[in-house]
Design a protein around this ligand. Structure first.
Ligand code: CDP
Ligand code: MG
Length: 679
């Protein structure tokens, strides 16, 4: 099982692809017509793209679809993955004039990688530069761009069409969007709303959107042969690799490519290495195997590789997370290998614990995965589990994210949109009321809401930051401690996740040494991250410095971008930028102001006990703190469950701060046993 270092697959972003009015007056429709006239003489790449557009299943329905959109305000569009919904429909709308008079077409994607890659594709097809007529907006944290646009433009006045894409994925953001856009559609009759989905749940969408009509794009689907294993696999990663190699050596490469579904970056990297190693062993006896990984954090430069056509005599094996289940279509796949797992978020409203666990997929998911092999011809799907497992153990559908997540973020955004009565918000599937109550409780503890559940001034400021409420609170509180400059650096670094430090297998000792430098003086993980950022800044953002210190330069650049955005937001909420680099206690108090609900106390046996909702936890081995001292009281950024419950990103605090900072939350008795034992 992948360990705690693995990253969340960006499941809950809603990113927007925007097609805006052509600024320089190029008539794209005409260019398209021209390319057709010139066929079939030697085609330029652009012309090839244009003719390819016409082979997509959606193309014959172009006129009919535009008519239906014209006739109905809300339309549910259903079509197999790869039929051209995402890339074509926004272009059809643009060609039909929906972007005239400066209006925009928005298309939301649950995943960052998909938003970037699809926007790039659409701009290529339109023959325009990305970032001009076609762009994308992605943000760095939990919930999506469009939800934030609502804050500035609650009626989405600049949009003529909004396409909520990949609706079947039922991410948190998609579900919230449903409620918001359904409401907007009532008082903006000119706004067109498209809900597009890959076949599942169309009736449910229609029912929710007041019986909106369903437009079906007939897919081409070839038969897919399903194979199960006879007995459960002990090691699915190994089984997947063996299966891929078996396919490769027993079928000619021209036969078709292979797609393996794995759960995360780390697993994909292991699979890549193993495959490379094993094929090297076979030498020239086998055809070339081109390995293409794809996951949320894969650098943009490398993402294009999966779409490149496979050269003759070679075979491609794509190692993908769930992103390839419906968001991205890779042509030429004939074999799918499905170990049957996905990394999924789950949330326990009682403890407030969020965890990311490798979990069996649902039947719906398994069928989507299998379908990926039958797009261009008959396919084969190898399920690395038994038929009995499939029929008896797998759930029919994946539980929507809204029912297995921490709602604090969402509640804060909805409150700031003026939606007060959350228990009666029109959710397609409501979150458990415990989760809502828990969120309200937390926001109250953070002083974002008052006793009546109304947004306070603190809450209004917090809502401006696209961050987890505890991080936003840390930033807002930093005003008091005169360290907003430090607070935004820490928040930016924490937002990157766990990809700051780099630990190559052959240089682990060097990497660990470099890392321990940032922990000098037992400063704790938050301050170590701050030190990393500031040291990098002092070298004028040197790449060389990153290499020397085993720091991932890409992550640092992202942190710098995020920090820049947070700096802009500080200004917006009128918090002065102040720096207080030498008063570490002040910085720690700002951290504690956001993270006091995450406090833990050392036990006699060396483990920790969380103060509220007591449970036993440990300091994560990746924490620099654990190596150098054993603090009695800490606050932590998050809990992760792997082999144990671990606190990740830990900072030592003084227990009396808890009472000083959050007197409504902690009483003296919560911290006094320690105070007594000190004497
Ligand atoms: O949204 P839907 O699943 O219906 O299809 P799509 O994403 O619009 O994809 C239509 C076609 O464009 C597929 O054949 C993809 O392989 C191709 N495509 C591509 O070649 N490169 C991309 N970055 C995105 C799509
Ligand atoms: Mg799509």
């Amino acid at each position: 099982m992948p360990d705690a270092y693995d990253d969340v697959e960006g499941g809950d972003q809603t990113e927007v692809i925007k097609a805006e009015t052509v600024v320089d007056g190029v008539n794209l429709v005409e260019q398209e017509e021209l390319s057709v006239v010139q066929l079939p003489t030697a085609k330029t790449a652009f012309e090839k793209l244009q003719s390819d557009r016409k082979t997509l299943p959606v193309y014959p329905y172009r006129e009919e679809l535009l008519r239906a959109i014209n006739d109905h305000q809300i339309l549910i569009i259903v079509g197999e993955t790869g039929s051209g919904k995402t890339t074509q429909i926004p272009q059809y709308l643009h060609e039909a004039g929906y972007t005239s008079r400066g209006r925009k077409i928005g298309c939301t994607q649950p995943r960052r990688v998909a938003a970037m890659s699809i926007a790039a594709r659409v701009s290529q097809e339109m023959g325009v530069k990305l970032g001009h007529e076609v762009g994308y907006s992605i943000r760095f944290e939990d919930y999506g761009m469009l939800l934030r646009e609502f804050l500035g433009e609650p009626d989405l006045a600049s949009y003529s069409v909004l396409m909520v894409d990949e609706a079947h994925e039922r991410t948190l953001s998609t579900d919230i969007l449903f409620g918001l856009v359904k409401d907007i559609a009532r008082f903006r009759p000119d706004l067109k709303l498209l809900i597009s989905s890959a076949t599942l749940d169309a009736e449910k969408f229609s029912d929710y959107f007041d019986s909106a009509p369903i437009f079906k794009i007939p897919g081409r689907r070839f038969p897919v042969e399903i194979h199960y294993t006879k007995a459960p696999e002990a090691d699915y990663l190994d089984a997947a690799i063996v299966t891929a190699l078996q396919i490769h050596v027993t079928h000619p490469p021209g036969d078709g490519d292979i797609l393996i579904f794995l759960t995360g970056q780390e697993e994909i990297e292991i699979a890549e290495e193993t495959l490379k190693h094993k094929t090297r062993g076979l030498g020239s006896k086998i055809a070339e195997l081109i390995i293409c990984p794809i996951y949320a954090n894969l650098p943009t430069e490398l993402q294009g590789k999966i779409f490149e056509p496979t050269p003759e005599g070679a075979r491609k094996v794509v190692l993908a997370t769930n992103i390839a289940e419906t968001s991205l279509t890779i042509d030429g796949i004939k074999y799918v290998i499905d170990p049957g797992f996905v990394k999924m978020k789950s949330y326990n409203p009682r403890t407030g614990m969020e965890s990311l666990l490798v979990t069996p997929i649902s039947k719906a998911s398994a069928n989507q995965r299998a379908g990926r092999s039958g797009r261009t011809g008959p396919g084969k799907c190898f399920r690395l589990y038994t038929a009995y497992n499939y029929y008896n153990d797998l759930d029919d559908n994946t539980v929507p994210e809204i029912q297995r997540t921490n709602m604090a973020n969402v509640v804060l955004s909805l409150k700031s949109l003026g939606i007060n009565d959350l228990l009666n918000f029109d959710f397609m599937d409501p979150p458990p009321s415990e989760a809502l109550l828990k969120a309200l409780e937390l926001l109250y503890a953070l002083s974002a809401l008052n006793k009546q559940g109304e947004l306070t001034k603190v809450g209004r400021r917090m809502a401006e930051f696209p961050l987890d409420p505890m991080l936003s609170k840390m930033i807002v509180a930093s005003e008091k401690y005169q360290c907003s400059d430090e607070a935004i650096s820490i928040a930016a670094m924490l937002s990157i996740g766990n990809s700051i430090f780099y630990r190559p297998k052959d240089k682990q000792v060097h990497a660990d040494n470099a890392r321990s430098n940032f922990h000098m003086g037992n400063v704790g993980d938050h301050l170590a991250l701050l030190k990393v950022y500031n040291s990098w800044k002092d070298t004028n953002f040197s790449t060389q410095w990153c290499y020397e210190n085993y720091i991932q330069v890409r992550s640092m650049k992202r942190a710098r971008d995020i920090r820049g955005q947070l700096e802009g937001l500080l200004e917006r909420v009128e918090i002065e930028k102040t720096s207080n680099p030498n008063d570490l206690d002040a910085i720690k108090k700002a951290i504690t102001s956001g993270f006091f609900p995450h406090s833990a106390k050392l036990q006699k046996n060396g483990s920790y006990r969380t103060v509220k909702h007591p449970q036993t936890v440990q300091i994560h081995p990746s924490s620099g703190l654990a190596q150098v001292l054993i603090p009695r009281w800490v606050v932590y950024h998050e809990l992760v469950l792997t082999s144990k419950e671990y606190m990740r990103q830990v900072t030592q605090i003084k227990p009396e701060w808890l009472v000083e900072i959050a007197p409504h939350y902690y009483q003296l008795k919560d911290v006094e046993d320690h105070l007594v034992s000190k004497n």
